[in-house]
Ligand binder design. Structure first.
Ligand SMILES: NC(=O)c1ccc[n+]([C@@H]2O[C@H](COP(=O)([O-])OP(=O)(O)OC[C@H]3O[C@@H](n4cnc5c(N)ncnc54)[C@H](OP(=O)(O)O)[C@@H]3O)[C@@H](O)[C@H]2O)c1
Length: 259
């Protein structure tokens, strides 16, 4: 049995990880969510696959996270092999403003995408220490990469980009400390993926993003499917070793193929 916990498992990439992993009965999958309000498809899947366990918690509250870790511990006898920090959001409409027009500096994304992830790591650390794989994966974003931003010229999503760039270094710092325990850390960009977060339903936004992305890669035509992204990401996670722990890589396992 390999045990996996994925935050933000109701929709999009998180649900894709749960679906892809739970096909294999040798995987034990903990789908960590904040509410059952958006969890209809996850609950339908969990009703069919007994290796899916839904855990409701609040990633911004370490006390609730401790309870979630205890819930997982009861099933796994105190261990967790792979923790995937996937929950995240790009934020409200105001996050689309450029940095020169900060109506109000909004720290929501920094709290959700950065501070909460530090809580999740620390509250689940003892479980991971006792795991066989000992892997912690942060689902980052191209938006947190300096060169990607420089070449595409994308100035918006300031809070989101800060949170992802900040969390990349947090991942590296944890990796530096935890290497002594054999724990491997990785920041992983999932690609441009067809989910609610990618806002590809709006033709104007899609065109704007395509124009920016093509400055970096003229061949990009649109977002990839959740399944394609998750399949690539799982290959990268599989190949994570102590030698590449602490890096920030794309779903292709390198630092230049962002799509
Ligand atoms: N899609 C892309 O192209 C893309 C590109 C780069 C990076 N990413 C990253 O990939 C990850 C997954 O994104 P996605 O595209 O799958 O987005 P999504 O479809 O919008 O799903 C986001 C997930 O995160 C959860 N979530 C959001 N805010 C949360 C909070 N404050 N507390 C707990 N859970 C929260 C959501 O739960 P609810 O259902 O309860 O809202 C949902 O399960 C994110 O970290 C995102 O930044 C995505």
């Amino acid at each position: 049995m390999v045990s996996w916990a994925i935050t933000g498992a109701t929709r999009g990439i998180g649900l894709g990880f749960v679906d892809n992993l739970s096909v294999n009965p040798k995987n034990q999958v903990f789908a960590i969510i904040r509410s059952r309000g958006t969890a209809g498809p996850l609950e339908e899947l969990a009703a069919k696959r007994k290796n899916i366990h839904i855990v409701v918690t609040d990633i911004s509250d370490p006390r609730k996270l401790d309870q979630a870790a205890a819930e997982i511990s009861k099933v796994t006898a105190g261990s967790l092999d792979v923790l995937i920090l996937n929950a995240g959001s790009a934020g409200p409409e105001t996050s689309a403003l450029p940095p020169t027009l900060p109506a109000k500096v909004d720290c929501t994304q920094i709290k959700t995408n950065l501070i909460s992830n530090i809580y999740v790591i620390n509250c689940f650390l003892d479980l991971v220490r006792n795991g066989k794989e000992k892997k912690i994966i942060f689902i980052s974003s191209q938006s947190g990469d300096v060169e990607f931003t420089r070449v595409t010229g994308l100035s918006t999503l300031l809070g989101y980009s800060i949170s992802k760039a900040g969390m990349n270094i947090v991942t590296t710092k944890f990796g530096a400390e935890l290497t002594q325990d054999g724990i491997k850390m990785l920041s992983l960009s999932p690609g441009w993926v067809n989910t609610d977060a990618a806002v590809t339903g709006d033709p104007a936004i899609r065109k704007f993003m395509l124009n920016a992305f093509r400055k970096l890669d003229p061949s990009v035509n649109g977002p990839i499917s959740v399944d394609e992204s998750v399949t690539h990401q799982l290959q990268v996670i599989q190949s994570l070793t102590e030698a590449n722990s602490g890096k920030f890589v794309t779903h292709h396992g390198n630092h230049d193929e962002w799509f």
